[in-house]
Design a protein around this ligand. Structure first.
Ligand code: BGC
Length: 532
């Protein structure tokens, strides 16, 4: 391993390989982040809908003894509430896994567009539903579509973004998730007093718009150049890279970047294949595929174990349960905090890096969570306790939104080698949805008054799991900022997570043959120099 105390990742060999980042390049890459709206809105609208009186009356059952939550004695069984909420994540789990194969087959961009189509079918069923069965079926199908979108967008964005701003751009996806969640809670806030089917049909139907914008916009964007490299379509790769970098295809920047990614791919294919089984090869060795898959899947698992979706999914009903008026309003407030805190990461993720954000973010969250737990348990129902509760829930959300929210997605887009990238990201995304489902399903049983009745004590659980998140980040997460995906690959083979931030790129991959291949495919007679 070559560490140079004076150089850093922004200097020397690394500095001039990529074209300067243009505004157009920013906008192209950032548009894909719109996929996050689909994810956020779809997972967010249900919290508000479940708390609506009309919805309780239509989808619930008479005779409930839960006086704080029922409407005229109408409420759902706990299992129905769990099922309606969490079934979406079951659909997304399978959708994400599927996408791992589909996006290597038809391309990243077309997989997302297909996902939007599937999603729309699910939305139609949900709009049509008047009882739990059809609603659940619609949510599974919409979930499949969201799974396609969420697993593929992350990879697409990571593959097209310039390396210097990749973290910020992928964080844009998380920003879009939070906007989606906020929009959902605002729309629910706007319709919750209606005593007709518009109360829940309007929030559900609005989702069509997101699918149309995403699919329409993506149809105009170029496919990932790395996908073309994988398919050995070098000319197409050069064209796409040229559009993305705002340079002509024969520019030295495009030629050099392309030569690097082709050479790296060829090198990886000498000892790796692209099947699902290959995701589990290489054992626990640094840089082995198995280790990377464990890193990505555990990262997303721990992101769920921060406890964030307890607030996102059950926030409104939780605030009702602890006796606070204006629970709809508080849920909008927590969502606003989530949105406005996320852009902090656009800067910090490139300035400080992924690792510090994950370690310190978990520490911040666990403190806030334990305070909520202690205050909520010691002074239940008091006004002062209510204020402290909402303030510390907001502080907790600030830490999530500015660290684990975006960084977990950024890291999973970066740590897999190209031959297994689609499947690696799919497994990690599926893990997000699996744990999302498990926690979404189990939490009402832990918290509800007629069940485990933990109430605010549930934050003792989240504080403890967040402690594990901090340990995981310290022991397992490498520093990937400022490196191309190909350099990350090399870095993972040569470092441990603890010393990874000191690694600087030291070798080029492109050999004479690759450089000639790129020149030939792009019709350039002048040969690109290996040392730019
Ligand atoms: C998580 C979601 C969560 C959202 C909240 C995402 O990164 O994966 O489960 O609902 O952040 O902003």
């Amino acid at each position: 391993m070559k560490f140079s105390p004076k150089s850093n990742r922004d200097q020397g060999l690394n500095a001039r390989v990529e074209a300067p980042v243009t505004v157009k390049a920013y906008l192209l890459c950032a548009f894909a982040a719109f996929g996050g709206i689909l994810f956020g809105y779809d997972s967010g609208y249900i919290s508000g809908v479940l708390a609506m009186d009309y919805f309780k009356q239509e989808f619930g059952h008479p005779g409930s003894t839960d006086t704080t939550n029922a409407y005229n004695g109408y409420l759902y069984h706990t299992w129905e509430k769990s099922l309606i909420t969490s079934i979406l994540s079951a659909g997304t789990f399978f959708g994400a896994l599927f996408a791992g194969s589909v996006s290597d087959w038809i391309g990243r961009r077309d997989t997302v567009i297909a996902g939007c189509g599937i999603f729309s079918v699910g939305v139609i069923l949900q709009v049509a539903s008047t009882e739990v069965g059809l609603l659940v079926a619609g949510r599974i199908i919409a979930g499949l579509g969201v799974g396609f979108v969420s697993a593929t967008i992350i990879m697409y964005m990571s593959e097209i973004a310039p390396k210097a701003v990749r973290g910020a751009i992928v964080s844009g996806y998380q920003f879009a998730i939070t906007i989606g969640l906020l929009l959902a809670s605002c729309v629910a806030q706007g319709t919750h007093n209606r005593m007709d089917s518009g109360s829940y049909r309007i929030p559900i139907a609005i989702q069509f718009l997101w699918a149309i914008i995403l699919a329409g916009g993506l149809a105009l964007l170029p496919e990932s150049p790395r996908y073309y490299v994988k398919k050995d379509r070098i000319e197409a790769a050069a064209k796409s890279l040229a559009t993305l970098r705002g340079q002509p295809a024969d520019s030295e920047y495009v030629q050099a970047e392309l030569a690097e990614l082709i050479a790296n791919y060829r090198h990886e294919m000498e000892f790796m294949k692209t099947s699902w089984a290959d995701c589990f090869s290489g054992g626990w060795s640094p840089g082995g595929n198995l280790r990377r898959v464990v890193l990505g899947t555990a990262m997303q698992c721990f992101q769920q174990f921060t406890g964030i979706n307890f607030i996102m999914y059950y926030g409104t009903t939780f605030f009702q349960q602890v006796g606070m008026d204006n629970s709809f309003l508080y849920s909008v407030i927590t969502n606003v905090v989530n949105v406005v805190s996320t852009p902090v990461s656009f800067w910090t993720i490139e300035k400080f890096g992924r690792r510090p954000l994950l370690i310190w973010g978990a520490v911040g969250m666990l403190f806030a969570e334990f305070i909520v737990a202690i205050v909520g348990t010691a002074a239940p129902g008091s006004n002062a306790a209510g204020i402290v509760l909402i303030v510390f829930v907001c502080i907790y959300i600030f830490f999530f939104a500015s660290t684990w929210g975006p960084a977990a997605w950024v890291v999973i887009g970066e740590v897999y080698p190209l031959p297994i990238r689609a499947k690696g990201v799919a497994l990690a995304t599926a893990s997000n949805w699996l744990w999302n489902f498990v926690l979404g399903y189990v939490t009402p049983y832990m918290v509800d008054a007629d069940q485990g009745n933990l109430g605010p004590k549930v934050f003792f659980v989240w504080g403890s799991t967040c402690t594990l998140c901090a340990l995981f980040a310290y022991f397992m997460v490498p520093e990937t900022k400022g490196l191309s995906l190909e350099q990350v690959d090399q870095m993972l083979q040569e470092t441990t997570p603890q010393n990874s931030s000191k690694w600087v790129p030291h070798d080029r991959f492109a050999d004479e043959k690759t450089i000639q291949d790129v020149a030939k495919a792009t019709g350039v007679t002048r040969v690109v120099e290996a040392e730019v």
